[in-house]
Ligand binder design. Structure first.
Ligand SMILES: Nc1ncnc2c1ncn2[C@@H]1O[C@H](COP(=O)(O)OP(=O)(O)OP(=O)(O)O)[C@@H](O)[C@H]1O
Ligand SMILES: [Mg+2]
Length: 253
């Protein structure tokens, strides 16, 4: 059975996609079989691993029941992924039937035995797509920037996860908060870290030991659509992500 990890935070630009890409490729580098799911209509994760999204089947077709998961998986030169594109943005209005929270879970059941890890990138919102991700996830990773605005909205996220736990997925666990684009030398960063630790406690979770340092060239790796561990292995953020993958494995994830 694959371990399903959902990377989420309804706040935009906190490095959800970068983290999904990094842990997916990191597990793969460690020899595990990994499937990425792009559940964001922006399609950033798909782009980052060179998936084709204009002609090919996407996660939208899978959720709709038109295409099987197997037919939607793209094996790019970088990794296996079910991509997405902007059509996915209509699902909140389009899927109104009972059981719509479990569409992704039902779809993924047929590939659970083919992968060690399934990593789901989510959009910057709390909607039916995010709920679908929570309904199938074993655990949740919350990337967060060390700034004061990041602390807002966390309560709403927590309430949603709590409702999903009650009604859809009792086994779900918030594995931890990952501080991203972190500058350990800034006093503000360490103050926020303390606040973040308090929040983590309220969420019944912890801050991961590893944090991801800010690094400009990580953006270049994304735009060049390359594997960060191959093309930027000496970059600080990339080193941090590899340590993060090790931390996850040590935690038994
Ligand atoms: N460690 C880092 N250092 C510097 N820049 C980073 C780092 N991690 C991510 N970024 C940059 O921050 C921006 C946002 O990252 P990313 O797209 O991963 O966030 P996101 O949470 O997925 O955004 P969205 O909410 O729009 O989906 C990108 O330009 C990315 O390259
Ligand atoms: Mg994103």
């Amino acid at each position: 059975m694959a371990k399903t990890i959902c990377v989420t935070n309804q706040k935009g630009g906190v490095a959800k996609t970068t983290t999904s890409n990094a842990i997916g490729l990191g597990f793969k580098k460690k020899g595990y079989k990994v499937l990425l799911i792009d559940l964001d209509p922006q399609g950033n994760l798909s782009f980052s691993v060179k998936a084709e999204v204009d002609e090919s089947a996407t996660i939208y077709d899978v959720l709709k029941g038109d295409v099987s998961v197997h037919d939607a998986i793209q094996k790019t030169e970088i990794i296996d992924i079910i991509p997405s594109n902007i059509i996915l943005s209509g699902v909140d209005l389009e899927f109104t039937h009972t059981g719509r929270e479990f569409l992704l879970k039902e779809a993924l059941s047929s590939v659970q035995n083919e992968y060690d890890y399934i990593v789901i990138d989510t959009p910057p919102s709390l909607n039916i797509l995010t709920i679908n991700a929570f309904a199938v996830a074993d655990c949740i990773i919350i990337p967060m920037l060390a700034d004061i605005f990041s602390l807002q909205g966390i309560t709403q996220l927590y309430e949603t996860i709590t409702r999903v736990k009650k009604y859809c997925n009792p086994a779900i666990k918030i594995e931890g908060i990952l501080l991203t684009r972190y500058n350990p030398r800034l006093i503000l960063s360490s103050e926020i870290r303390e606040t973040a630790e308090m929040i983590a406690q309220q969420l019944g979770t912890t801050i991961f030991d590893t944090y991801i340092r800010a690094s400009v060239s990580i953006q270049e790796v994304h735009t060049q659509q390359e594997d960060m561990y191959k093309y930027a292995s000496r970059n600080n953020a990339v080193k941090d992500y590899m340590n993060f993958v090790k931390e996850l494995i040590t935690r038994g994830i």
